[in-house]
Design a protein around this ligand. Sequence first.
Ligand code: TYM
Length: 326
Amino acid sequence: MRQRVFSGIQPTGRLHIGNLVGALNNWVRMQEQYDTIYNVVDLHAMTVPFDPDEFKKSRLNTARLLLAVGVDPARSLLYYQSQVPHHAELTWILSTITGIGQMERMTQFKEKAGRAGQNMGLFSYPILMAADILVHRVHAVPVGDDQAQHLELTRHLAERFNSRFGEVFPVPERITPEIGARVMSLQDPTAKMSKSDHSDASRVGLLDEPDVLRKKFRSAVTDSGREVSYDWDQKPGISNLLELFSFFAGRGIDDLVDEYADAGYGAFKSAVAEAVVEGLTPIRTRYRDLDDAEVARIMEKGALEARTRAEKSMRGVREAVGLGAR
Ligand code: TYM
């Protein structure tokens, strides 16, 4: 049996190169050898304020962008989380074995609760994420660094469930890229690039037009000195750009440092921008060519298959906890 992989992305705001480098690139690569299941996690996105009409569009546009990036419906199961109610059912079961203290330690909750106001959905968000992963009993989860703590919770809940009710869930591994697991903001290289940052100049959208993108790189905050070198302590701005350059140009960091050490920041930044423009152009073109009705059809088909698979898995879970049909 092939090993299973699951990952998800929230349909909030606009997807950026941090999402691509930290996670989506691995989603696409893993399709080669794994049984891959990918999710637009719309229920998670409801934990911050939203407008229903906008939300509907964002869900569809996110699905469309995932297809444009290279998620292949012939090889991966792709669907909206809300269309498979088993995620919510397992969330409830897992929440009965989760400690409140443990949830209070979640850093993303602490950060977001300050900004968006408190609600129970935001608090139990990581349990829904654990349920997403465990409902499909997957072995590996490709995510960026910022999801490390949520993955640890998931592993912990799988172990706790198994020790209480018998071996049901594999304990999933986190898969992160070697470089770019944490892409930083172009305006503040000490903060991660984020969909929710109020400054649009801080992030590079996957659909940004080349000129917009070039401008963002031109105005990217760099460090003191003149030399291009890879040193996260002394040169976080340049190091972040070097990682992006390496990803998009498919070249080693040492090689890039050799070439650009004395080129000056200006020339270096325009070279990074050109590599990113080249890498994103095919995504923008595919995105434009996709048809909304076709995307909707793919998502419906995915949900149908995912429901069948999740129901089979949940039968085992219900059985284990004494909620079997007979
Ligand atoms: P989300 O929607 O914030 O981000 C989607 C993916 O992009 C990664 N990422 C980054 N990687 C590198 N640098 C960055 N600056 C950067 N910003 C975002 C994230 O790590 C993530 O992999 N809770 C999740 C969604 C989720 C999920 C799941 C993921 C829900 N259920 C189950 C995996 C498995 C989230 O908010 O991701």
